[in-house]
Write a protein that binds this ligand. Structure first.
Ligand code: C2E
Ligand code: CA
Ligand code: CA
Ligand code: CA
Length: 277
């Protein structure tokens, strides 16, 4: 008996060591990825439910790992946040998006606003306002082409400070989106203190919208209330025509999801814009 538990103990210990070692390797790889330009930004369109036009996009980080191929951000963003590496990585995403938008406008392409995800760590540890101002000014991009996507948990860590920074960003002319709405604990009533332009309903509420009347009721209530508060409502993760119909009937403004397009490389997104206009 004692021997078995000893074995278990050993097993868990080495599993734990392996996990720590994996993390160290990953951390070192993340640093190299930044230096050797292994990251890319992909864009996923957000589409108007009124006329199907591409009205904006979301920037999603992609890691082209030399041996492991395309690595999903879900698997490395938590570590990037733990190690603080999200700060330079996030800055790179922001500057890359601003530079691309400015370049497209210079080429005469009628581009749309692009949303960049902001991590709570970035928000806490950097002067976000100064960073955004500098990213825009460096390439001469009008602030209306930039949108920032922030989660409830980010703004609720220090709501008073968040209100101050978000008001300043909004005064600059940057658009603000509440991301993953419904997964945290804040209510729409609390959110009205924040100067958001748009609210994104998390995919968790969209998945079963067609077959689960409760999810449909929640989504519909969020849409109605958010619209009455003057917010543009975006449904995340729309994959089927049935979901689309349900959302349209509920009065949702925009959708983002595989039904219309997966996130695509920058050049492919430019081609989508050219084809649509
Ligand atoms: P998110 O901000 O909620 O982004 C939406 C995620 O849903 C993306 O996953 C997108 O590819 C995926 N998605 C879009 N449409 C569909 C659909 O129809 N079905 C399904 N199943 N999924 C869909 P992705 O690209 O893997 O990103 C995961 C998360 O990683 C993001 O969730 C965001 O929290 C984070 N992330 C991505 N890029 C960045 C970044 O540049 N900075 C920061 N801080 N976080 C990022
Ligand atoms: Ca997002
Ligand atoms: Ca989201
Ligand atoms: Ca999400």
């Amino acid at each position: 008996q004692a021997q078995t538990s000893g074995k278990h103990h050993l097993y868990f210990d080495s599993a734990l060591n392996a996990e720590v070692a994996d993390k160290l390797v990953l951390e070192e790889e993340l640093r190299q990825a930044l230096e050797t330009r292994q990251f890319a930004v992909h864009l996923q369109p957000k589409v108007s439910l009124r006329d199907g036009a591409i009205v904006s996009a979301e920037a999603l980080l992609r890691w082209n790992h030399p041996t492991r191929g395309l690595v999903s951000p879900a698997s490395f963003i938590p570590l990037a946040e733990d190690t603080g590496l999200i700060v330079p990585i996030g800055e790179w995403v922001l500057r890359t998006v601003c530079a691309q938008e400015a370049d497209w406008l210079k080429q005469g392409l009628r581009t749309v606003p692009v949303g960049v995800n902001l991590s709570a760590v970035q928000f806490r540890e950097t002067r976000v306002l100064e960073l955004v101002q500098d990213a825009l000014a460096t390439v001469g991009l009008a602030p209306g082409y930039l949108e920032l996507e922030l989660t409830e948990s980010l703004i609720m860590q220090d709501p008073a400070e968040a209100v101050r920074i978000l008001n300043a960003l909004r005064a600059l002319g940057v658009r603000l989106s509440m991301d993953d709405f419904g997964t945290g604990y804040s209510s729409l009533a609390q959110l009205k203190r924040f100067p958001f332009d748009a609210l994104k309903i998390d995919r968790a509420f969209i998945i079963d919208i067609v077959h689960n009347p409760e999810d449909a009721a929640i989504a519909s209530a969020i849409i109605t209330m958010a619209r009455r508060l003057g917010l543009t409502v975006v449904a995340e993760g729309v994959e089927t025509v049935e979901q689309l119909c349900e959302l349209r009937a509920a009065g949702c403004d925009e959708m983002q999801g595989y039904l219309f397009s997966r996130p695509v490389p920058l050049e492919e997104f430019a081609a989508m814009l050219r084809a649509g206009k």
